[in-house]
Design a binder for this molecule. Sequence first.
Ligand code: ADP
Length: 400
Amino acid sequence: MDILVVNCGSSSLKYQLINAKTEEVLASGICDRIGISGGAFSYKAKNKDKITKEVDLKDHEVAIGIVLNTLIDKEIGIIPSLDAIKAIGHRIVHGGEHFTKSAFINDEVIRHIEECADLAPLHNPAHLLGIRACKHLMPHTPMVAVFDTAFHQTMPPRAFIYGLPYEYYEKYKIRRYGFHGTSHSYVSKRTAEFLGIPLEKSKIITCHLGNGSSICAIENGKSVDTSMGLTPLEGLVMGTRSGDLDPAIIDYIAQKENKSTQEVLNILNKKSGVLGISGLSSDFRDLLAADEKGDLKARFAREVFAYRVAKYIGSYTAALSGVDAIAFCAGVGENAKFIRGKIVSHLEFLGITLDEEANLQTIGKEGIISTKNSKVKVCVIPTNEELMIARDTLEIVSKL
Ligand code: ADP
């Protein structure tokens, strides 16, 4: 009994086939460059070599078709037939205020996902392409939508409202939604388990630091504040996104550079963050390599990134009136020891001390990186959004 987890972007589709009982990943891969030339497909089945091939991926349905055919292929497949797939779980970026938890996909749910497309124009339409393609190819397989925003729907109004005329919230639902909820939810639960503290009586700050980055304040297992807002542009300095800035800058750049608001927003989304500051790369591995060769801008970009994270941890400690544990996850959080070290060095005033050796050793795995007498436990907890999606999917379809 397996669950297929699908994460559809506008030109890519990531998938994992997960055994619902053992939670083992049976196969995973990516379809890349869907709808554009140079399509690519990758597939890695358990105990087998990874396969990559160039293939024309006309649309999402062609991509899903290749995934399904490969999973049941006589030579390289991992399941005897598509009947082994009990359900499909779809990652959906924006569920607006409507979705406070994962939902069985029916026509009404599809309509609500469509309605939220205004708030996530790059993501929700792509997810819908994935849903429709799966529905067409596997019409009898139940599907579940798991929303990035759902976990944050417990945020109190004082945390989600912007300092704008209130009518904009009432008329247009302009408010903070937050993203990466599946990751923050998984990592906070796992942090409590790992540290042996009761989740329902805990104050945890989770730091999802990847290409996109966000922080979440979690009280007794519930999100009470998070750094991303109406869109994923708010909050931390990210790989290519600016994060928080004075909104007046948008018009100022537009005037100076003779650009439209949309063009400036594109710069804030795609050309800013550590890429913009360093003028070099959005990838923290490139920045590390350049820094080691003496590139001062690469070092500066990493320091700015770490400083912003530390500031958010400070403010979320206030939001929670204290903190029991801080957890790092995602590509940077799980691997970048220099960045973690920098962040923690800003937090010594909270009685937090870094175990330098543990920090160096904890790469891509669970571990505590604070000293024994640190007032707050700091740990690394690799995130697993696909597993969370598979669990939610299984739970919902089991009740059908
Ligand atoms: P997303 O899922 O948001 O695309 P990831 O969680 O995969 O992103 O994180 C990608 C980021 O993690 C990249 O900036 C990459 O440089 C960084 N990263 C991955 N491995 C390492 C590493 N060993 N050291 C430093 N940074 C790393």
